[in-house]
Design a protein around this ligand. Structure first.
Ligand code: SF4
Ligand code: SF4
Length: 105
């Protein structure tokens, strides 16, 4: 099992700071296909749940509890690591200050 970041995510980045296995990655701001969310690597997540309470908009769920309207995000988190950019070197402060390619207010 894994935890899943849903489309509720507003790229606050708090989850990255608490994940013990560093399996949460921002979709690159400069990549319009992936710049809306941060993503959890389902092959590395150990289901510790530490990321859930720190997420301001409550965007993270255990896979089995993902609300129906966000079920597509289960596959999308996985796809980010197999078909998308996956892990990359990034500027954390920059990535968490953007949403869908634009600076947040
Ligand atoms: S803490 Fe929540 S809103 Fe912030 S990046 Fe993580 S999942 Fe997205
Ligand atoms: S459940 Fe734990 S291991 Fe999985 S993404 Fe959240 S903090 Fe990381």
């Amino acid at each position: 099992m894994t935890h899943v970041i849903t489309a509720i995510c507003t790229r606050e980045g708090d989850c990255v700071e608490v994940c013990p296995v560093d399996c949460i990655v921002p979709g690159p701001t400069d990549d319009p296909k992936w710049n809306d969310l941060f993503f959890i690597d389902p092959d590395t997540c150990i289901d510790c749940g530490a990321c859930v309470p720190v997420c301001p908009p409550e965007a993270i769920f255990p896979e089995e509890d993902v609300p129906e309207e966000y079920e597509a995000d289960i596959q999308r988190n996985a796809d980010y690591f197999t078909e998308g950019p996956g892990y990359w070197e990034y500027d954390f402060d920059y990535e968490r200050s953007t949403f869908k390619g634009e600076p947040k207010e």
